[in-house]
Write a protein that binds this ligand. Structure first.
Ligand SMILES: Cc1cc2nc3c(=O)[nH]c(=O)nc-3n(C[C@H](O)[C@H](O)[C@H](O)COP(=O)(O)OP(=O)(O)OC[C@H]3O[C@@H](n4cnc5c(N)ncnc54)[C@H](O)[C@@H]3O)c2cc1C
Length: 379
């Protein structure tokens, strides 16, 4: 497989690296501590096309491929995993409209993405996490409307004032189970839709993760995305693409942790020499770098498969599983290399360690990825 980047991909990688270094690196610790990404960051990302990466030119976007998404998300994650998460999830939502939206929905939501409006995707409920098919939120047809009742939890890109629209997976024909689920878009401000508790998290603290509540929330039937009964399928397809984005987030965190470790190993002197002179720590580094390159290769393979329209479930699950577990492992080793200083907030390693910990959980836990991989391997 040829992983040579083309000119556009190189340009996007460099643009993202430049943006992340200049705009995110100086405030990444503040974003973590204040638990908030400044609005100007989202506005600046919209200006340079990051909120519309996968939006085609006809809707005002750059129409970039999945490899570009991987490069941009990983470069953002090197400096600020919270910001990377916003773009990874938002791109997944763009993808839902691209693949399943009506022309009117594309005109509305893809254009909104170009302007810097941010989308969310709501599948998870209190009683339906890994078993997403157990979701209970209902959308009942009433005349020309759906009336939505229920609640979703842990929804990214929705905060007290942040987040503009959400694609909700709800039961339109409950008796049919997953085959009775549909995808419906709901705008912020729709009566009956409220954003509840914003979660206080271990990591990616800048990212908004909230509960969503629907109480007799009425939306026109034209808000249906795709066909009735296809909601679960749409969600699973979206997650295949989304998992590549999350793997890219893990990759960026690893690359940053390795770079910080190399620097620290050269600076920190113990027993009269830099700690990097110790072969034991060099071997940590060798393993961290080897595993991270392997993760990168798997992620790029999945991204190329996505861009070629090839079957994605297995590769997406593999790259998300491997890259996310690796991020936890690599940041743990990086923290060890930093010793006590790594445990302190003066160094970014403790933040990277906390940020990495989410990746094997969201968009399907590692255990769920292994279920997907095993199912595909045994086919
Ligand atoms: C920060 C954050 C952001 C999120 N953003 C979103 C979002 O934007 N939209 C959205 O819809 N959801 C979102 N989620 C939800 C996320 O996808 C779920 O948390 C995740 O799928 C796991 O569900 P759960 O937390 O209910 O864990 P559970 O499903 O209760 O799992 C608990 C444990 O049991 C294991 N387990 C469960 N079933 C099996 C099995 N059959 N075999 C083996 N092990 C099993 C799991 O792997 C896990 O280790 C987010 C979550 C977090 C924490």
């Amino acid at each position: 497989m040829n992983f040579q980047l083309n000119d556009t991909q190189k340009m996007m990688r460099d643009l993202a690296r430049d943006f992340a270094t200049k705009e995110l690196a100086p405030i990444a610790a503040e974003i973590d501590q204040e638990e908030r990404i400044p609005k100007e960051i989202i506005e600046k990302m919209a200006e340079i096309g990051f909120t519309a990466l996968n939006v085609p030119e006809e809707y005002g976007g750059p129409g970039l491929d999945t490899v570009c998404k991987v490069l941009v998300v990983s470069e953002l994650a090197r400096q600020c995993a919270s910001t990377a998460e916003v773009i990874a999830v938002h791109t997944l939502v763009n993808d839902i409209f691209l693949k399943h939206g009506t022309e009117a929905q594309k005109q509305k939501y893809l254009t909104a993405a170009v302007e810097g409006k941010i989308g969310a995707f709501a599948l998870t409920e209190a009683g339906a996490g890994s078993d997403a098919a157990a979701a209970k939120t209902k959308a009942v047809v009433d005349g020309d409307d759906y009336v939505i009742n229920g609640s979703k939890c842990f929804i990214s890109n929705m905060g007290p004032t942040e987040g503009d629209y959400v694609v909700v997976i709800a039961l339109t024909e409950p008796e049919k189970g997953v085959k009775g689920m549909s995808a419906i878009v709901v705008d912020r401000g729709t009566p009956g839709f409220t954003v509840g508790k914003r979660e206080e998290k271990m990591g990616i603290r800048g990212a908004d993760i909230s509960e969503l509540i629907f109480e007799d929330c009425r939306v026109p039937r034209s808000n249906l995305v795709g066909k009735e009964g296809e909601g679960f399928k749409i969600a699973m397809m979206a997650l295949d693409g989304g998992r590549i984005g999350m793997a890219a987030q893990a990759l960026g965190i690893c690359e940053a942790a390795i770079a910080a470790s190399v620097k620290y190993m050269g600076e920190r002197v113990q027993f009269g020499k830099p700690i990097g002179k110790n072969q034991g720590l060099q071997w940590y580094l060798a393993d961290m770098a080897t595993r991270t390159e392997a993760a990168k290769a798997l992620i790029l393979e999945a991204a190329v498969a996505a861009d070629n329209g090839q079957p994605l479930s297995k590769l997406a699950a593999m790259c998300k599983y491997y890259a996310s577990e690796n991020a936890v492992w690599v940041t743990n080793k990086a923290l060890q290399i930093h010793g006590g200083y790594g445990y302190m907030r003066d160094y970014p390693i403790e933040r990277m360690y906390r940020d990495a910990r989410i990746v094997p959980i969201y968009e399907g836990t590692s255990e769920v990825q292994k279920m997907v991989i095993a199912r595909e391997v045994m086919k």
